[in-house]
Design a protein around this ligand. Sequence first.
Ligand code: DC
Length: 221
Amino acid sequence: VKRITITIDGPSGSGKSTIAKRVAQALGITFLDTGALYRAAAVAIEEAGCRVTSNEECGEAVAQTSIRINGQKIEVNGKDVTEKIRTHHISEVASKIAVHPSVRRELVKIQRSFGGLSSLVAEGRDTGSVVFPDADIKIFLDASAWERAHRRYRELLDKGSDIAFDQVLEDINSRDQRDSEREQSPLVIPEHAVVVDTTHLKQDDVVARILSIVEEKLADQ
Ligand code: DC
């Protein structure tokens, strides 16, 4: 069977990670969570004590850090940061350092190194537009800001956080704004992407929808 690349992009909380993971599992192919790399870079930058506003300092810190995906785990200089990168604080830092071209350059290199190896589902903000512009199938997942904030809020509550819903909604809105208005690889609907609005869809239905898009596409080839 031909090697295929599927990209799934969309805003924070659109359900990309869960959906992409399930699609990869159903197809038996590799899953690449690119946001995890930005989150790991945020940990590295904090540990290096850099200013999050400095493109040069952040890029330098990332270039000097080993960021590795090891099965289900993600490591920064050999240290397992899988749980640490999921905190609310790291989400904020990741969104700030993701604006820097020098950081993106380093992380895109890591992402592309996965592309040559095997069939892949890559998930992020720019995987269809910048990282894998020649991907076979591009999906753009969306949902209303309120729905996305609610999903995040429930996740955070489950983890024992006592954050207020309004705070999560405000953060989603400002993260959306940063992600789509930044100069470097802003969040856009990639050319030839299929837009799937998940606001009123169940996870199972979203997965089924994407799998049928993949099937159709493969039958065409
Ligand atoms: O998808 P996520 O919430 O784990 O992503 C964390 C941050 O990284 C988010 O603020 C946007 C940024 N990001 C990015 O700029 N480009 C990507 N391909 C993936 C994530």
